[in-house]
Design a protein around this ligand. Structure first.
Ligand SMILES: Cc1cc2nc3c(=O)[nH]c(=O)nc-3n(C[C@H](O)[C@H](O)[C@H](O)COP(=O)(O)OP(=O)(O)OC[C@H]3O[C@@H](n4cnc5c(N)ncnc54)[C@H](O)[C@@H]3O)c2cc1C
Length: 370
């Protein structure tokens, strides 16, 4: 991957103070002695004098070369500029009724992790689990059993520094890992894996499962939005986003807020993200395009294809091809995110250098929509 050099001061000026930090945890995951987090932002415990730091190198918002990543992970670059590189698109669900009951949608993510752990293909998975003491606050968690992944099932709509879980697992000596993350987490993971300057053992991450994502919310702003409809976050049983509505289940009853009214609660860093479908994952999973209780699954890499095939053969998943209508529904959301956010990126970055993206001019048209 093309690399720019920088240190924590550059990271602060270019990313943190520019409101671009997505709080993925990549900068601090392998630099525990210097970096910690306050108010969802990295901060230093003591002055660091490195000229080029892993914090700058691993951040998905300092520089990112999408086509270098695609060549490295998929062997070629995308033909589809909306969904990214993929082999096939399926609709799928977990076969285990317990997973179906506890998961967000069809339980594909939890079923894939259960298969990987139970077959011994991984010994840990970095996931986001709700904090015991703080309702709905997601925390990085290293899952090592099916019970663990079940405990972390379900979508939390605020940001979680999941890469800290990857760091914990590697520093703890885990041999083979999966990561579940949003598009920003996946981009960070690929940067860590492809870094030419720092080897932290990230080749141990053998399965990268991405989640579709339009945005995450700021926790305080989310609580305020809930207060407007007389809901306390500790009473919420489930959050979901479906058909333009933010759905909130409280004591078995479903309340909703139009998603356009939630835009003010969006984390600022999400406004410059152009990736809806976790374009650089081995397998990307969401719900749009599929029936209720099923997932839409974009199989991207060779590894991802093998994983889904084996999980079907071993009885963890059932799959069907996704209808053209379903695929178009995914494309509609991905296009909306790219179009809206490209405007924000261009406004902040100018036209020649697209913010953190280092793109060969002849390939630029593959990213931009008309
Ligand atoms: C913030 C957010 C926004 C999303 N937006 C969309 C969308 O617009 N359209 C769409 O179709 N799908 C969206 N999804 C994906 C969708 O909500 C489900 O996660 C996906 O369909 C997988 O369902 P599942 O039943 O397989 O998940 P499960 O089997 O329940 O597993 C969910 C996994 O997601 C992980 N997770 C939960 N919250 C987070 C988080 N904040 N950060 C990182 N990992 C997390 C958990 O650790 C768990 O492993 C979003 C998810 C999140 C977290």
């Amino acid at each position: 991957m093309v690399e720019e050099k920088g240190n924590i001061t550059d990271l602060e000026s270019k990313v943190v103070y520019a409101d671009l930090c997505c709080y993925c945890g990549a900068c601090g995951a392998f630099c525990r002695e210097y970096i910690t987090y306050e108010d969802e932002k990295p901060t230093t415990k003591e002055k660091c004098y490195e000229y080029h730091g892993a914090c700058y190198d691993f951040c998905p918002r300092t520089f990112f070369a999408p086509f270098d990543v695609e060549r490295a992970v998929f062997g070629e670059v995308r033909k589809d500029n909306v969904l990214g590189y993929y082999k096939e698109i399926l609709t799928a669900r977990a076969k285990d009724p317990e997973i179906q009951k506890r998961a967000q949608d069809g339980g594909v993510v939890t079923a894939l992790l259960s298969y990987l752990l139970e077959s011994g293909k991984i010994d840990a998975a970095a996931v986001a689990k709700t904090a015991e003491s703080d309702a709905w606050k997601p925390e990085p968690f290293v899952a090592t059993s099916k019970d663990d992944v079940l405990a972390a099932a379900g979508s939390k709509y605020t940001q979680c520094p999941v890469l800290l879980g990857v760091g914990d697992a590697i520093l703890d000596g885990k041999k083979s890992l999966a990561l579940v993350g949003l598009p920003c987490h996946v981009q960070a993971m690929r940067k860590i894996q492809l870094s030419e300057s720092f080897d932290v053992g990230a080749d141990k991450v053998t399965a990268v499962i991405g989640l579709f994502c339009m945005e995450t919310f700021d926790m305080e702003a989310l609580k305020q939005k809930l207060a407007e409809i007389d809901v306390k976050i500790e009473d919420v049983e489930k959050f979901n986003i479906k058909k333009g509505k933010f759905l909130i289940t409280v004591k078995g009853e479903e309340k909703s807020i139009p998603i356009k009214d939630m835009k003010g609660a969006m984390r600022p860093a999400c406004r410059v993200c152009y990736d809806f479908a976790a374009e650089f994952a081995d397998v990307s999973v969401g719900s749009v395009g599929s029936e209720l209780g099923w997932n839409t699954v974009i199989v991207r890499s060779e590894r991802g294809a093998e994983l889904v095939k084996e999980a079907v053969e071993k009885g963890y998943l059932e799959t069907q091809p996704l209808s053209e209508e379903g695929i178009n529904a995914v494309k509609t959301l991905a296009t909306r995110k790219k179009k809206e956010n490209m405007k924000n990126i261009e406004a902040q970055a100018g036209k020649l250098k697209l913010l953190n993206m280092l793109v060969e001019p002849e390939l630029l048209s593959l990213l931009l929509l008309e």
